[in-house]
Design a protein around this ligand. Structure first.
Ligand code: FO1
Length: 301
């Protein structure tokens, strides 16, 4: 599964209810990653890890449950960078990762260590071990991903998104093999422009999907012109795409063999089929475990 954060994490968790987690591999976006207070933080990898380990904080939508914030409170009192909140428990992950990267381990190796220790059966593969940074050109100037997302609450006008470093990044051997060998490739219902595009821009990924299109299934992250969570709808509009499932279908043109769209968008099915792809209509909202499991079964069927 080409994966961003929350949407991908939920679908991966549902897949694990239906098939052996050892059969599932996530190729994960690293464009949201940042170094702050000397620590390397990988939000999408961590959101997926915590969700699959059933340790995730459902109220916040990121981080760990039963979290405390003593370190951040002290840091704020010192006048440090405390706007991006790292909980006391969550900090252990970033300390571990940063130390191992400093020792010379790759992000792929560190992710394997963390997921194994937390009992996650799914293989999580950062798309690349190289640095990729999603950045925004906005009416408030140029912003890094987390400045845009957290500091400005994605409430700024965006004129363009740049995935800095993507074109020079090397698709990891593990991720390449997974994309080439998988029986099925799934594009998660993640933000197409800022979660999936940074994966597609790493040389090799788009080419593999184009070649393997018949095996590619995508779940639309847009329902009736709106994103369930996050700025996907607003970004589609500001960057000149149609704000609907059709806009996302056209964004992924040539890459997808089968679209899974929500019942509420059933009226769009014919227009999507007219573009030469298969369409399945089902409930795509993973509001509860039963719905998520149903979606996972459709993805697998
Ligand atoms: N999101 C917030 O809205 N505020 C935060 O302070 C914050 C901290 C944070 C720390 C670790 C982590 O893994 C994620 C964190 N997030 C926070 C979520 C993150 O900004 C977004 O979920 C993604 O980058 C977008 O998918």
């Amino acid at each position: 599964m080409l994966s961003g954060g929350v949407g991908a994490a939920r679908l991966l968790r549902a897949l694990c209810d239906v098939i052996d987690p050892a059969q599932v591999v996530a190729v994960v976006n690293v464009g949201d990653d940042l170094v702050l207070n000397g620590l390397t933080i990988c939000p999408d990898l961590d959101t997926i890890t915590y969700t699959l380990a059933r340790m995730n904080n459902d109220d916040l939508g990121w981080g760990l449950r039963d979290e405390t914030w003593r370190v951040m409170d002290e840091l704020a009192a010192l006048g440090g960078e405390a706007w991006f909140r790292l909980g006391d428990r969550d900090l252990a992950t970033h300390l571990y990762r940063s130390q191992r990267l400093n020792d010379g381990a790759t992000k792929t190796e560190v992710t394997a260590e963390l997921t194994q220790r937390l009992g996650v059966g799914v293989r999580l593969l950062p798309v690349t071990n190289d640095q990729v940074a999603t950045e925004f050109v906005t009416d408030q100037g140029r912003l890094t991903f987390q400045e845009y997302f957290v500091r400005h609450h994605h409430d700024v006008v965006v004129s363009s998104v740049e995935i800095v470093g993507a074109e020079e990044a090397r698709l990891s051997d593990e991720a390449r093999r997974a994309l080439e060998d998988a029986d099925r490739l799934v594009i998660a219902p993640s933000n197409p422009l800022i979660s999936i595009d940074p994966i597609l821009r790493v040389p090799g990924v788009r080419e593999i999907l184009l070649e393997r299109r018949e095996h590619v299934v995508a779940v639309s992250p847009i329902i009736q012109g709106a994103a369930l969570k996050g700025p996907a709808d607003r970004l589609l509009r500001e960057l000149g795409h149609e704000v609907s499932t059709l806009g996302v279908v056209d964004f992924y043109e040539g890459l997808v063999g089968t679209w899974i769209i929500d019942e509420a968008d059933a009226a769009l099915a014919e227009a999507i089929r007219a573009r030469g792809v298969r369409v399945e209509v089902t409930t795509t909202i993973m509001a509860d475990r039963a719905n998520a499991e149903r979606l996972a079964k459709v993805v697998l069927s």
